[in-house]
Design a protein around this ligand. Structure first.
Ligand code: BGC
Length: 940
């Protein structure tokens, strides 16, 4: 069988304006299957327009259409036949429909309204669409300066939200193709398109400025109807369209939507031509998956806060909107406020939203009660809502939280025998769901939500494992390219609303790192070719800024953003690592990637050029930052990690840097201190340098700072800071504290790549490694990664003296497999494999050891009870608080007579958790290990 036959990364697309490229997977469980040849046939209106003929090639990806010129608005049928190495024939069919294919095919002109400039009410553009017969197929092609929602006879057309999305509007603007066949009826139909301010005209950026792209919203649309008899009718926007007031009084991404269902909707006459139309960039067909509602959450809990407010908890932090079945009002209006969290007293907490007030308001009369409504042009970052205006007894069932994001396909799953890690994985997934809302944003809740390049760079590998991000990043990278230039390099946010700022390391390097990562994940060489000039411009930009010693040592840098290794109380957010070391390390890294990209594209001269440049930078880094005996100038965790992971130190110095990293970690009781730059690589680096045990220990820490600390605090998304919520339940109050930032979720890449052990060697996983590593604390790891060739699976169990590994390798690929505790590597072709053998290793980990802090023991109810029983009054001594941060080992070293007491408490605690200090075990009830609020959640 052939499966997942796609056209330019899409399934049965309509509105395609690019040359179609076909990809497919062979579905077979036989061993060593690969493709011997294929044939592609494309037809339209019963006529073959392209027959590739039999191609004796193993290519399964991105085969371009090479037939007769494609016509606009036309449906093409595609049949792919492939033969495999067993001589088996496989076949699949799909279709695609072309879009407008060029401005000359648009009927219609840009129109706008004559609302006064200061008016924020959303205009509605209306046109009667006469339909003189039975409709065979009908499409609406539309775009806006602003965001739009189309309705036909009152029914919503399509399910895309926030269309046309956010692009670099002055360079590129997307249009959408919407299937409206089922909405039209014979006779007159009303087409009404409402425009919201969106990113184009709305308040945007942390300085809360409106009108970033223009001060007037506008519309371009065209309807095309094919009747049963073959007759085609078209109609486009022009000044015959009428404009009227709508029910949306204002709609701002940060502030929320105000709808008045009772307001008079005055007709305002005809639409007028849009004078600003030439300031808009090229019109392009929708490039990525549209934003849609993807999950719906009922209220999980009704809360009356200590302040007496009525709050509903949806149990998951998300980007989304609330649908409400309008309840009878007790006041004048219904106000729904959104927040990510309650404060430590249990009150609704909105302070971290800064100026993003995030209120949706509905004004309505008794006849509207029971009507289901939701905002059209905004979204919020929230888990909780506060409801005002409908009394304390309003029915929670009237409220549904709808999570929204770019509707990418989920492409992996990972199940591990540790519920905290499982919850972390869900949090990472939700970090992506919440921040892949048409573009990769830093956060979905405060007055920011911008396409920060650094955040996207840090997270892109994890993102491409979790979801199919091929189109999502292809679209955004086109905006990055559009806004990159040799004068300022690559902007810090894209689309760039911050103005001309010189590029910064690790942020602007997104322009090099993300394209390469995407190429490794999906093997799309055409995209890499498209992105190459931007990648090169960025490296050349850095070269133009380099000091005479060949290093990048000037200008503004974010350093190791938000790292913890800086003096307490300092307002500096750039961390303790020398920021120009960071800059130069990324310079070397990007030059190396450019060399690899040039190699992949066959640009030999560039390959040599950037290979030499990388060598030169590495040499200069050695001179500037590494002493003759291998000491680093900046001995932070991040500096060591960059040196090792980017391969910037060699020979004996490498060993010394590794030792420096290990002793730095030891000084922090094996806790990380890294920020945005070091965190994604820290665990990779330890695992790659023979210290997987240590990376597991750092990763599995449950106290601050570490990934599981937030999980234990009840987080349902990944936080911006390691201590966004402090151990005492208070919040970081520096004015920058999001509970839904994906950057540190980059750890998922290590869980898949190093723990489950699946990572690409050749682009698109045509060749990959499977090297599951035994990870203390994780007895069972079950991973599935859906690649462009098919599904890779690796299920590893190390338990009760046995190791079992079950593997699935998809047709068309080869894997280099290294089994735990077995020598050497074996190369395998497709198929299912099972290995089983004995081991002396136990991965059970006592939860509490002498490395636990007193604070950790006391944080457990059972621990506290035990201390009270065995040493009454000890915890009441005022000085004891100071010992909470010390490990038991440290306390015993100071006062050896305490040892029996501590060991007794540790044993009692481990027994209550099902494991003992000496490594023997009872049965672990993982469900009970979850923090209270999460026990009903799974990873599906
Ligand atoms: C954003 C970050 C971003 C940073 C850079 C913050 O406000 O939320 O995630 O990368 O600024 O300065």
């Amino acid at each position: 069988m052939l499966k997942d036959l796609k056209v330019s990364h899409r399934r049965e697309p309509i509105g395609l304006d690019e040359t179609p490229r076909f990809s497919w997977k062979i579905d077979s469980s036989a061993n060593d299957v690969w493709q011997k040849g294929y044939r592609i046939q494309v037809s339209a209106k019963g006529k073959i327009v392209w027959d590739s003929g039999l191609q004796e090639k193993d290519t399964q990806l991105y085969v371009p259409y090479e037939g007769e010129p494609l016509l606009p608005f036309t449906r093409y049928l595609v049949q792919v036949t492939a033969w495999d190495s067993y001589g088996q024939m496989h076949q699949a069919r799909t279709s695609f429909e072309t879009g407008v294919l060029g401005r000359e095919n648009w009927i219609g002109t840009w129109i706008t309204h004559e609302f006064p400039k200061e008016e924020r009410r959303c205009p509605v553009f209306v046109r009667t669409v006469p339909v003189p017969g039975r409709v065979k197929a009908a499409r609406l092609y539309a775009t806006a300066a602003g965001v739009y929602e189309a309705r036909i006879n009152g029914e919503r057309a399509g399910d895309a939200l926030l269309a046309p999305g956010w692009t670099s509007y002055h360079h590129r603007l997307q249009y959408q193709t919407i299937d409206i066949t089922d909405l039209l009826r014979e006779g007159d139909n009303e087409l009404a398109i409402t425009l919201g301010c969106g990113w184009y005209r709305g308040y945007l950026g942390f300085d809360d400025r409106p009108d970033r792209y223009g001060d007037r919203t506008a519309l371009l649309a065209m309807v095309r109807i094919e009747l049963e008899g073959g007759q085609v009718l078209t109609l486009g926007t022009d000044t015959d369209w009428l404009v009227r007031e709508g029910e949306i009084l204002s709609s701002e991404l940060y502030y929320g939507e105000v709808r008045d269902l009772t307001a008079e909707k005055r007709a305002l006459g005809h639409a007028v031509p849009f004078a600003e139309k030439d300031r808009l960039g090229e019109l392009v067909a929708q490039e990525s998956e549209p934003v849609r509602v993807t999950r719906r959450f009922p209220v999980a809990k009704r809360i009356v806060t200590p302040k007496g407010e009525l709050v509903f908890d949806f149990s998951q932090n998300m980007a989304g909107i609330v649908e409400v079945t309008l309840p009878p009002l007790t006041g004048e209006k219904l106000v729904i406020s959104h927040a990510e969290t309650l404060d430590r007293d249990g009150n609704f907490y909105m302070e971290n939203l800064r100026t993003a007030v995030s209120n949706d308001t509905y004004i309505y009369g008794p006849s509207d009660v029971g009507r289901a409504v939701m905002p059209s042009f905004i979204f919020h970052g929230f888990r909780y809502i506060r409801v005002e205006g409908a009394g304390m007894d309003v029915d929670p069932a009237a409220f549904t939280a709808c999570a929204i994001h770019s509707d990418m396909e989920r492409t992996s799953s990972l199940t591990v025998s540790n519920p905290l890690v499982q919850r972390l994985l869900m949090n990472v997934e939700w970090g992506q769901r919440s921040n892949f809302v048409d573009l990769p944003t830093d956060c979905p809740q405060r007055n920011e939500r911008l396409g920060w390049t650094g955040d996207a760079q840090v997270f892109c590998r994890a993102a491409a494992i979790q979801f199919d991000t091929a189109l999502f990043f292809a679209k955004w990278l086109r905006d990055v390219a559009a806004e990159t230039n040799s004068e300022h390099g690559v902007p810090h946010v894209v689309p760039n609303i911050l103005g001309d700022r010189d590029g910064a390391a690790a942020w602007s390097d997104a322009a090099v790192i993300i394209p390469w990562n995407q190429y490794m994940a999906y093997g799309d060489l055409d995209l890499l070719r498209e992105q190459y000039p931007m990648m090169r411009t960025w490296v050349e930009y850095i070269r133009s800024k380099a000091s005479p010693n060949g290093l990048w040592q000037s200008g503004f840098q974010y350093g190791d953003w938000l790292a913890l290794d800086i003096e307490a109380g300092s307002g500096d957010r750039t961390g303790g690592t020398d920021r120009y070391l960071v800059a130069s390390a990324f310079y070397a890294h990007s030059a190396g990637i450019l060399q690899d990209a040039a190699h992949a594209l066959g640009y030999e001269e560039d390959e040599r050029e950037y290979g030499a440049l990388r060598e030169e930078i590495v040499r200069a880094i050695g001179e500037e930052y590494v002493t003759a005996t291998g000491r680093l100038v900046s001995e932070t965790q991040t500096a060591c990690v960059l040196m090792l992971h980017f391969d910037l130190v060699r020979g004996e110095a490498k060993e010394r840097v590794l030792q420096t990293l290990i002793s730095n970690l030891a000084r922090h009781r094996n806790h990380l201190t890294t920020g945005f730059v070091g965190t994604p690589y820290l665990c990779h680096c330890l695992s790659e340098n023979g210290r997987h045990d240590l990376s597991a220990e750092v990763f599995l820490k449950e106290d601050f700072p570490g990934w599981l600390y937030a999980v234990k605090k009840g987080a349902t998304t990944v936080w911006e800071r390691w201590d966004s919520v402090k151990p005492d339940g208070s919040f970081d109050a520096s004015g920058m504290n999001s509970l839904n930032h994906y950057a540190y979720g980059a750890i998922a890449d290590w869980l898949y790549g190093k723990v489950a052990g699946i990572a690409p060697v050749l682009p698109g996983y045509r060749r990959f490694v499977v090297r599951p590593r035994l990870t203390p604390g994780l007895e069972e790891v079950d991973a599935r990664v859906e690649t462009v060739y098919g599904t890779i699976e690796c299920h590893t169990v190390c338990r009760d003296g046995r190791i079992t590994v079950d593997l699935v390798i998809p047709p068309g690929t080869r894997a280099d497999v290294a089994l735990p505790e077995r020598e050497g590597e074996r190369e395998l072709g497709s198929g299912h494999y099972h290995y089983e053998y004995e081991t002396k290793t136990s991965l059970r980990r006592a939860r509490f050891t002498t490395e636990s802090t007193l604070g950790e023991l006391v944080a457990e109810e059972a621990g506290r009870r035990c201390f009270e029983e065995l040493s009454p009054g000890m915890l009441d001594t005022p000085m004891i608080q100071y010992a909470y941060g010390m490990t038991v080992a440290e306390l015993i070293a100071m006062a050896p007579e305490g040892e029996p007491l501590y060991l007794a408490v540790i044993d009692a605690l481990n027994a209550s958790w099902g494991s003992r200090r000496d490594g023997t075990h009872g049965k672990i009830d993982w469900q009970n290990c979850l923090p209270e609020s999460q026990d009903n959640l799974t990873n599906k």
